[in-house]
Structure formats: structure tokens, C-alpha cells
Design a protein around this ligand. Structure first.
Ligand code: ADP
Ligand code: MG
Length: 342
């Protein structure tokens, strides 16, 4: 008798999480929001706490042959802060857990922490605990971030309504293009170790891959402008995939316009140089850590002139589907690719 065996790859990351979360029972009324958003939301009396965890694994999420340890430490904090930002909350504390192989010296761990401390400084968070263990599979960094907000300020993925305006911060696709450059230079170096990598003209894209910054600046500006987005999430798996999440959670559709999608010039030029389609990089590139959010039309004029917020389309009724209108005016269905680690 053989037992049934299902490959994780058949489910994918999201399928696996959905499958596991079906059996979750919520026992405490303080657990306001559990699995399914950028962070969990926990009632704390006069305010709410938000909690998010992200794990970075050597060989899956980073390659130490080109990721400097201080950058990696910073990034590990930033990606968690980004999930707190995506809830419209302010990060306050982090815990840091590391798995270390015997390849690591004290100096290497200190270099990693240099970046973690720099991020704590930058985001105004306190490192309040963690765990340290040996690892047989390279470096593992798992960070939990805890943030605070007023209950009514929290932005879920589920609040988008038809006719809301879809917005993104910054520009997209840079981190993916940066990764391709770093991989290419690594292969060149492996083939000929005397070659010095030529990275000077790619600092924007490689910087976005190696040391992304969470958009806490935008969250503070929302408060100054008196805006609460109707829905929000951070762009970690690629714009197309995140639009699917917002649409699914909110029960809506969306239309976006190719000519409104923000892409940096260096990202565009480098994508072309690498024979990548720039728009595909924008739609499916991961790890941008920009914010995707929706606002009610009445709030439009408050952000209309913001130099770093781009209006890429609008929310529609669910039955209208999810479409990208190309520069030539054709509507094509959006496909969510996202990053699949399995
Ligand atoms: P993000 O990309 O914003 O970090 P994820 O896609 O990793 O979010 O996770 C989606 C949701 O699933 C989150 O609510 C997260 O807390 C939850 N989640 C992820 N992995 C697990 C797991 N192994 N067990 C329980 N919940 C999980
Ligand atoms: Mg997220």
C-alpha cells in the first residue's frame, strides 16, 4: 500500500498557504486579522498591533557571492518593515533569528548586524529579541516586525471598491533587472576570475536588488495628507500577482494602462540590453517593495501632484475582469506569474 504523496510544487506557495490555513481556528477575539494579508492585526485596547514575519534563505533569496552582508542585514529588516507599511502602520520592534553555518566568522555576523542596526536606525525600530542556531544549509535570516496603528487606519487588501484609483509608488522592475545583472556578472566572473565586474552603470538596479528601502515615507505622508487608502499591499512578488491578491481579497476587477506603469530609465535600458521586455519586468519582477494601493476618487486631488505616486488604472466590478490596456489600446488579460520558489 503506497501512501498518497502530493508535490508541494503542484500547489505552489499560495496554494500551500491556502491549504494549511483552512484548518486554522481563531480562539481569541483579539486576533482581528489572521493569515491572508501583509501582516496580522491584533487588538491592543486603544490601538492595534500588526505583526509580520519573513525568512530569507541563502541560495533561495540571496547569493553571498554578490550580496554584501551589511546590505543583506538591511534588506532583511526592510522587507518586513514593508509589510508593516502595507498595513498603513508604523513599525516599532523587530526580532531577528539567524541560522549560521560554520563558514561564518564573528566578523561576518558583525557585518550582517551592521546592516540590521542601520535599518533599525533608519526605520526607528528597536531590536528586542530573536534566536540563534547552527545551520547545515547556509545562512538563514528570519525577522518578525511589530508595528502599531489606530484600528480605523489599518488598510487591508480587501477594501478596494469599483471606481477607486489604483496607485503605485516609485518605479517597478528595477530589482529583477538588478538581479539579472548581478547573475550575469557572476557568470562572467566564474568563467574568468581575473575579470573585474562592470557594475558602475547599473548602480540603480543593483542597489534596488541588494538594499531595497521600504516606503515608510509614503505612510507618514498619508497621515499628513489625511488619506487612508481603501486597500494596500506591498509589491514583493510582482505587480500582476499583487493586483490578483487585491482583486481576490476585495472581490473586484481592475484595469491598468501600460503607458501609466512607472519604470526607471536605467531599468528600461538595462532590460533592453538583457533582451528582457521592460513591461514584463514591471508586471512580473519581484522584490520591488513599492506600495500598491487604491484610493477613493475624492482623495485624488490630495495626491495628484505627488512626484512619487503613479495612477496606473482603476478598480472595476469583479465580472469585468483584470485587464492591461496596451499603448496601442488593446485590452489584454493580466496573468499573475509572481515568484515561485517551489
Ligand atoms: P508577504 O509576501 O506579504 O510576506 P506571504 O505571501 O508570505 O506575504 O504570506 C501571505 C499570508 O500567509 C500572510 O498572512 C502570512 O502570514 C501567511 N503565511 C505564510 N506562510 C505561512 C505558514 N507557513 N503558516 C501560516 N501562515 C503563513
Ligand atoms: Mg507583503
Amino acid at each position: 500500500m503506497s501512501e498518497k504523496r502530493t508535490e508541494i510544487a503542484d500547489l505552489g506557495e499560495f496554494g500551500l498557504i491556502d491549504h494549511l490555513s483552512k484548518k486554522v481556528k481563531i480562539r481569541n477575539s483579539s486576533s482581528i486579522k489572521g493569515i491572508g494579508d501583509d501582516a496580522a492585526v491584533i487588538d491592543a485596547g486603544d490601538h492595534v498591533k500588526v505583526v509580520s514575519t519573513d525568512m530569507l534563505m541563502e541560495g533561495v533569496h540571496f547569493d553571498l557571492s554578490y550580496a554584501p552582508l551589511p546590505h543583506l542585514g538591511f534588506k532583511a529588516v526592510a522587507v518586513n518593515v514593508s509589510d508593516i507599511a502595507a498595513m498603513n502602520a508604523i513599525p516599532k520592534q523587530i526580532t531577528v533569528s539567524i541560522g549560521l553555518s560554520n563558514r561564518f566568522s564573528l566578523e561576518a555576523v558583525e557585518a550582517l548586524y551592521e546592516g540590521i542596526y542601520a535599518a533599525c536606525d533608519h526605520y526607528g525600530v528597536d531590536l528586542v529579541g530573536g534566536d540563534t542556531t547552527a545551520s547545515r544549509s547556509g545562512l538563514v535570516i528570519s525577522i518578525t516586525a511589530i508595528g502599531e496603528a489606530k484600528k480605523e487606519e489599518i488598510t487591508y487588501r480587501s477594501g478596494a471598491k469599483a471606481n477607486d484609483i489604483l496607485c503605485v509608488t516609485g518605479d517597478l522592475g528595477a530589482a529583477l533587472v538588478g538581479l539579472q545583472v548581478l547573475e550575469r556578472e557572476k557568470q562572467v566572473f566564474l568563467a574568468n576570475p581575473d575579470m573585474k565586474p562592470e557594475l558602475d552603470k547599473y548602480t540603480v538596479v543593483t542597489g534596488r536588488q541588494l538594499r531595497p528601502d521600504a516606503r515608510m515615507d509614503i505612510i507618514h505622508e498619508f497621515k499628513e495628507l489625511g488619506i487612508i487608502p481603501t486597500s494596500m499591499m506591498d509589491i514583493s512578488d510582482g505587480l500582476a500577482s499583487e493586483i490578483f491578491h487585491i482583486c481576490k481579497a476585495s472581490g473586484v476587477g481592475a484595469t491598468i494602462y501600460e503607458d501609466k506603469l512607472p519604470i526607471d530609465k536605467q531599468t528600461f535600458d538595462t532590460a533592453v540590453e538583457l533582451n528582457l521586455d521592460p513591461i514584463t519586468c514591471v508586471l512580473n519582477g519581484g522584490e520591488d517593495y513599492e506600495l500598491l494601493f487604491t484610493i477613493n476618487q475624492k482623495d485624488f486631488e490630495k495626491v495628484e501632484k505627488h512626484p512619487d505616486i503613479h495612477f496606473i488604472g482603476h478598480i472595476t466590478k469583479s465580472e469585468e475582469g483584470k485587464y492591461l490596456v496596451t499603448k496601442s489600446g488593446t485590452a489584454v488579460q493580466i496573468k499573475a506569474q509572481g515568484w515561485k520558489h517551489f
